[in-house]
Structure formats: structure tokens, C-alpha cells
Design a protein around this ligand. Structure first.
Ligand code: UD1
Ligand code: UDP
Length: 369
């Protein structure tokens, strides 16, 4: 008689979830005791698909949830209804979910209702402010209430969970799987499919945070415009997030600047190649705050607070808010002052050593195998 394998359902909804879950899916595939199933909620559509293609992961189930500019309440309600059916038919022994999106919160809640064990990858990140980032802080707090295993990337994230009363034995410090994915990818020789001017310094920009929609995002664009005008020999590359609240304003305010190049989101591997080529990065992305220090690239973060304080404490990431003066001053300083630049361009990796997925798999193996 063949022993029944442990059925583990790995869920991905958006681009960063796919990037950070991919190393776990790939590691689980090598485990003879595990049957890995992949559920794409497809909260993102093409952003998700391109990452899954890159890692050669084909979802077993696809909920095709994305709708243009979908409201958060609608998104949550539709996710819960569809997840109900999936958990009923799939009957997984455990579910893994990654990060702090609406997909993640809905998965954790649906697992709770179904009495299914849920592992939270990238657990314990906190700003202690429910409005910043919105709605991610609420998503991860809620997920933390329901999770059976909390895979914390750093000691700081473990301490946050302890502070919330999560039992110590349920928290495992693993490092962040984003570094596993980065190391798998950054070593490859990747073609960059955008026009980069050789000899010019490159500033890479990304921005998509909901709490910056409206006036703060207009301020960010105004600061970029001023910087570009003042530094005509510097090239700005901005792969614009497809959320219409970002895309429409970015094109309206920046399309005419000769040294700002707006483009569609880059595929994951070319994006990493562009990060390697960049002089500095201006971003409000969580993943970019983790990847850039490992590549020795300074990041100016377009937020007033972060749930990723480790790189800020090391002095290689700086918060500049959606604040015109701070964005302009700090960027200009890094362009003009080589000592200040070198202090931020030290290659350090406070978020992981590339072995996070193995540690996660080992915990599941000890429990099930
Ligand atoms: C979502 C997550 C955010 C995460 C980010 C990563 C929530 C509420 N937000 O933000 O935490 O940091 O993803 O990028 O979970 N769209 C497309 N094509 C795509 C993806 C999105 O057109 O492939 C457009 C659609 O109009 C969609 C909109 O962007 O409705 C917003 O997508 P959504 O997932 O709700 O929010 P994001 O801003 O992408
Ligand atoms: N990324 C990408 N293409 C881009 C911009 C970002 O592949 O044009 C990758 C980046 O390397 C990182 C992840 O997407 O791993 C971050 O996703 P995002 O900024 O959308 O979400 P967040 O990390 O803020 O949740």
C-alpha cells in the first residue's frame, strides 16, 4: 500500500507573493512526503502570470479574481466565497500563504473556518499603525491571529509576534524567501529590454501604495519631475504599476520629461537586472526594500514608516515620505556627495541568507513526515 502524501496548498495572489512563494513551492516539489498544489487567486493577472512563468510554476487552480480597479470589500467577499469551494474540494492538510495582501488575509480566515492548518510566510512585520500601510497592516495582523506556523523573516518580526501573545514555539525565524528568489535570479545573465543610456547614472523608481493615492502621489511625481529637470544627465526609469490610481497620474505628470522613461512593469528577472544596473532606487515597495540592500543599492523609501526597519537601522535605506523637500534633498545628496552615497551602497542582507524556503520545508516535514 502506498502511504498517503501530505497535501500542501500554496497560495499566490499578487506579483510579490509569487516571487516569495516560488522558492517554497520549488523546495516542496523535491520532498517525497509532500504533494504540492498551487492555488492562484489571481488578484493580479499579468503581473502574477509572468512571475509564475519565470519560475515554471503552473497553478492547479486559478480563481481569476482580478477585475479593473476592484474595491477592497468586493475583492475580499469574492475571495472568501471562492476559497470556501476550493478548501471544500481540495481538502489540504495545510495551506501556505505569503505576505500581507487581501488574498493572504482571506486565505487565513477561510482556513480558520474550515479548521485547516495555515502557515504564514513573512510573518510578524508591523508598523503598529493600521492606516500605514493600508490595508496591509490589518491584513498581516489578522493573518497572524489565525496562523498555526509563523515563518518570521527576522528576529525583529519574531519579537513583534511575541509582543502580540503568539506562542514562542509557533514562531520560526527563517529569513525572507525574497532573498532565496533573488539569489536564484541575480546570478543569471539577463537581457534588459529597455533603453538604458550607457555612461549615465540610472535612478529606478517604483510606487504603488494605496495610502499615497491622490495628493501624496502627485507630490512624489512633482519631486521626480524637479529632480529630472535639475539633473538632465541622469536617466530615470519608472516601470509604472498597472493600478489606474497610479498609472493615470504618472503618465499625466511625467510623460513629457525627456529624461524620465515610463514603461510597463518589468518582468521579474529584467527588473532585478535593472536594479543591479541602477545607481539608486526610489520606491515604496516592500520587496524592493529587501532586495536592494542585498545588491548594494541605496533605497529612498516614499513612506513615513516601514515594517522593515532592519535596513534603515543599518543606514542603507532611508525614509523620505511622500514629502517633496525630503525626496529632492536626499536624492540630490546621493547624486552629489560620494561619501554619503558609499555609506548607503554597502551590500548587506538583513532579510535573509537564501535558505529560508528550506527552513520552512523542514518545519512542515518535522510536523507531517
Ligand atoms: C496589491 C496589494 C498590495 C501589494 C501589491 C503588490 C492588496 C489590497 N494590495 O496592490 O498589498 O503590495 O498588490 O503589487 O492586497 N492591475 C492590473 N493588472 C495586474 C494587477 C493589477 O491591471 O496584473 C490593476 C487592476 O485594475 C486591479 C488594480 O490594479 O484592480 C489593483 O490591484 P489590487 O491587487 O487590488 O491592488 P494593488 O494596488 O495591485
Ligand atoms: N518587481 C518586478 N517588476 C517591476 C517592479 C517590481 O518584477 O517592474 C518585483 C520586485 O523585484 C519585487 C516585487 O516585484 O520582488 C515587489 O512587488 P511590489 O512592489 O509590486 O509589491 P510589494 O513588495 O510592495 O508588496
Amino acid at each position: 500500500m502506498v502511504d498517503k502524501k501530505t497535501r500542501i496548498l500554496c497560495v499566490v495572489g499578487t506579483r510579490p507573493e509569487a516571487i516569495k512563494m516560488a522558492p517554497v513551492i520549488l523546495a516542496l516539489r523535491n520532498e517525497p512526503w509532500a504533494e504540492v498544489r498551487v492555488l492562484a487567486t489571481a488578484q493580479h493577472r499579468h503581473l502574477l502570470d509572468q512571475v509564475l512563468n519565470f519560475f515554471d510554476i503552473k497553478p492547479d487552480i486559478d480563481l481569476d479574481i482580478m477585475r479593473p480597479n476592484q474595491a477592497l470589500t468586493t475583492l475580499t467577499a469574492r475571495l472568501l466565497l471562492k476559497l470556501d469551494d476550493v478548501l471544500t474540494t481540495e481538502k489540504p492538510d495545510a495551506v501556505l500563504t505569503q505576505g500581507d495582501t487581501t488574498t493572504v488575509m482571506s486565505v487565513a480566515m477561510a482556513c480558520f473556518y474550515h479548521g485547516i492548518l495555515c502557515g504564514h510566510v513573512e510573518a510578524g512585520l508591523r508598523t503598529w499603525d493600521m492606516q500605514n500601510p493600508f490595508p496591509e497592516e490589518a491584513n498581516r495582523v489578522i493573518t497572524g491571529r489565525f496562523a498555526r506556523w509563523h515563518f518570521a523573516p527576522t528576529k525583529g518580526s519574531r519579537d513583534n509576534l511575541l509582543q502580540e501573545g503568539i506562542p514562542e514555539q509557533d514562531i520560526i525565524v527563517t529569513g525572507n524567501t525574497v532573498i532565496d528568489a533573488l539569489l536564484m535570479t541575480a546570478a543569471q545573465d539577463i537581457e534588459i529590454d529597455v533603453n538604458l543610456n550607457p555612461g549615465q547614472r540610472l535612478i529606478l523608481v517604483t510606487s504603488h501604495r494605496r495610502e499615497n493615492f491622490g495628493e501624496p502621489f502627485r507630490v512624489i511625481c512633482q519631486a521626480l519631475k524637479s529632480l529630472a529637470e535639475h539633473n538632465p544627465a541622469v536617466q530615470f526609469l519608472y516601470p509604472v504599476h498597472p493600478n489606474p490610481n497610479v498609472k493615470d497620474v504618472a503618465h499625466e505628470m511625467l510623460a513629457e520629461c525627456p529624461n524620465i522613461q515610463l514603461c510597463d512593469p518589468l518582468d521579474y528577472a529584467p527588473f532585478i537586472a535593472v536594479m543591479k544596473r541602477a545607481y539608486l532606487i526610489i520606491s515604496d515597495s516592500g520587496g524592493v526594500q529587501e532586495e536592494a540592500p542585498a545588491l548594494g543599492k541605496p533605497v529612498l523609501v516614499l513612506r513615513d514608516e516601514t515594517e522593515r526597519p532592519e535596513a534603515v537601522d543599518e543606514g542603507v535605506v532611508k525614509l523620505v515620505g511622500p514629502n517633496y523637500e525630503r525626496i529632492v534633498q536626499e536624492t540630490q545628496r546621493l547624486l552629489d556627495d560620494d561619501v554619503a552615497y558609499q555609506a548607503m551602497a554597502r551590500g548587506i542582507s538583513p532579510y535573509g541568507d537564501g535558505h529560508a524556503a528550506k527552513r520552512i520545508v523542514d518545519v512542515l516535514k518535522a510536523h507531517f513526515a
